[in-house]
Design a protein around this ligand. Structure first.
Ligand SMILES: [Zn+2]
Length: 244
């Protein structure tokens, strides 16, 4: 695991923080670990309500504002962007990669849910394109990727492999082991981020495997589909008013 991530509270951790993003007082991000009600954890520790959508493994990206946030749970989308402070947007996860994208200058944030389908549709690249249209410059963007099912455990079928390998950009994301094919979801997203011209030093990957670490994470694959969800969320914090 990259050193930029810390468990907190450290004794019985409920979430992981990316130190680099949280060091910037304008932003908060947290990955809520395996727990019955991740929304409650967010409320308890961060005093914030997290909004998530209806994830369908496609490439719809929704801009969230004060008006539509209440309906987010009905909206079919796998990425969300906001430039409104105090609206916490999140993605629900159990093996897929959650990414928090932060434009530190323009103060725009995004969250992205991507498994192999989202990767095939290059949703993370499209989200960055959309942020650029909103005024973001790639050099100001920091990306943090959540724990996900690792290349140690994420075996894929020939069908998925054949679909993805058609695109040259994905030539480096497969591992062949004992006649089986494994896929590296983090590396796939990383490759797409480089394609989007995000600086290498601004990409943080927490590569703990959700399948291997039963204590900390839910895993869709390990539990055979019947499992809970973790949440990775981000929020732009309101500027602190100067005392007058
Ligand atoms: Zn693993």
């Amino acid at each position: 695991m990259k050193k930029s991530f810390i468990f907190y509270p450290s004794k019985n951790p409920k979430f992981i923080l990316n130190k680099v993003i949280n060091k910037n007082k304008n932003f908060l991000e947290a990955f809520i670990l395996k727990t019955k009600d991740p929304y409650r954890v967010a409320k308890k520790f961060f005093k914030i309500k997290v909004y998530t959508g209806r994830q369908v493994h496609k490439d719809t990206i929704k801009i969230v504002n004060k008006k539509n946030k209440k309906f987010l749970h009905k909206i079919k989308a796998d990425a969300f962007i906001t430039s409104t402070p105090e609206i916490a947007i999140g993605v629900r996860l159990a093996d897929c990669v959650g990414s928090v994208i932060v434009d530190t200058k323009k103060k725009i944030i995004a969250v992205v849910h991507s498994g192999w389908r989202g990767i095939a549709k290059k949703i993370i690249l499209k989200t960055i394109d959309k942020m650029k249209k909103m005024g973001s410059s790639v050099e100001d963007i920091i990306v943090s990727m959540s724990p996900a099912i690792g290349k140690c455990c994420y075996e894929i079928g020939k069908d998925v492999y054949n679909k993805l390998k058609k695109d040259k950009i994905f030539s480096n994301i497969f591992i062949m082991k004992n006649k089986k094919i494994f896929m590296d979801l983090h590396k796939a997203n990383y490759t797409l981020l480089l394609k989007a011209k995000i600086k290498k030093k601004n990409i943080y990957i927490n590569d703990l495997c959700t399948y291997c670490n039963k204590k900390l994470f839910f895993s869709f694959r390990r539990e055979g589909g019947k499992t809970g969800r973790m949440i990775y969320f981000a929020v732009i914090r309101k500027e602190e008013k100067n005392a007058e």
